[in-house]
Design a protein around this ligand. Structure first.
Ligand SMILES: *Cc1c(COP(=O)(O)O)cnc(C)c1O
Length: 369
């Protein structure tokens, strides 16, 4: 599905040097690279403050803690999603409220949002899935109307840009109160292990987020609030600093592969839908996800026989997960999420694809009966 080692080979001189520098410095925790990465990410995204942490799931939990949500408060999450947002909420005894997604963008369905809001609702977590943003202008409008916090789960879409109706453009993760990043190896900006970060434009909130990642500490051994230990390793920050300088190039490579897929799959448009692009958002293709209207599993099996990897992100909606089915409040009909779980299929997507490999994938797909 992804080729991480070829990418490494291409930039290894810089990576090796950066990693060696950290090892030789002896500063493995909160070393120089961590602060530099945060500054680099702030410059790249336009976020005023970036707080690195240990992984994206921690970032979601830290965000919820910082916003002082209390047990029983409701947090709206898309039903078609990775588990992390609902998990972070449930661990804090908040109630995840599952709302349906849009059938073509896969992101939270704006038309269903207001009916999901109750007097207990405190926050919305839109998830910028597969590389494009949720429809943030109407979402922010609803959030303001009801006084709700917005935490953007931007684990998959760093670098995508949303255009508001007045022409203003904002990077994914910088539109709500807090934006969350993951540097898991397969994300668009991935390290060689785990990593994450929080973004915000609010200085006081940034200080609080930072404090929570270091045991709620305001000064050494003085713990102001209950926090946790969630640090980004200096080694990972050093890797990420190198890779951030290539992020735009990586995104271009992903877009090129997506355009090859688009062109190659045109003749199959009666059977599979290629990714729909929200006009307001650019796409950075963390995934290239098809909708297969009939017999998705048959197509996946066929691809497997041809040694073409493919993955179902995600096979179960939130409200069907054993751990969550009794913990979520179901807001209305979730049939689009349920249907997507039966029909989506993601093709290999990474920065190192060549035209020949892609042509092979296309040729096999087109021959599928
Ligand atoms: C990867 C991912 C996360 C979690 O990130 P980790 O760094 O693996 O904890 C959260 N949300 C979404 C949508 C993701 O894709």
């Amino acid at each position: 599905m992804v080729d991480l080692t070829t990418q490494y080979q291409r930039i290894r001189h810089e990576i090796d040097q950066a990693v060696l520098d950290v090892i030789r410095s002896g500063r493995y925790i909160h070393g120089e690279a961590v602060g530099k990465l945060a500054a680099g990410l702030a410059a790249y995204t336009g976020a005023k403050h970036v707080v690195p942490c240990a992984n994206g799931t921690d970032a979601l939990r830290i965000a919820l803690v910082a916003l002082d949500l209390q047990p029983g408060d409701e947090v709206i999450v898309p039903a078609f999603n990775y588990v992390a947002a609902a998990e972070a909420a449930a661990l804090l005894r908040l109630i995840p409220v599952a709302v349906d997604v849009h059938p073509r963008t896969f992101t939270i369905n704006i038309d269903r949002l207001e009916e999901a809001i109750s007097p207990k609702t405190k926050a919305i977590i839109p998830v910028h899935l597969f590389g494009q943003t949720a429809d943030m202008e109407p979402l922010m409008h609803i959030a303001h109307k009801y006084g709700l916090f917005v935490i953007e789960d931007n684990a998959q879409s760093l670098g995508s840009v949303y255009t508001f109706s007045d022409g203003t453009q904002k990077q994914a993760g910088t539109m709500g109160d807090i934006g969350v990043l993951s540097f898991f190896p397969t994300k668009n900006l991935g390290c060689y292990g785990d990593g994450g970060a929080l973004m915000t434009n609010d200085k006081a909130l940034a200080e609080k987020l930072r404090m929570i990642t270091i045991h709620g500490q305001s000064q050494k051994y003085v713990h102001q609030i209950v926090g946790c230990n969630s640090r980004l390793d200096t080694l990972q920050a050093a890797v990420l600093q190198v890779k951030l300088s290539y992020l735009d190039e990586f995104i271009q490579s992903r877009r090129k592969l997506a355009s090859w897929y688009d062109a190659g799959l045109q003749s199959m448009s009666n059977r599979i839908e290629t990714p729909y692009r929200l006009p307001e958002s650019s796409h950075v293709y963390n995934q290239y996800t098809l909708i297969v209207n009939e017999n998705r599993d048959g197509l996946q099996q066929y691809l497997k026989e041809k040694e073409i990897p493919s993955t179902v992100y995600y096979p179960l909606p939130l409200h069907f997960q054993p751990a969550f089915k009794d913990r979520v409040r179901i807001a209305g009909d979730l049939s689009i999420s349920e249907k997507l779980c039966r029909s989506v299929l993601s093709l290999p997507m990474h920065t190192e694809a060549d035209e020949e490999q892609t042509q092979y994938i296309m040729n096999q797909l087109i021959r599928y009966e």
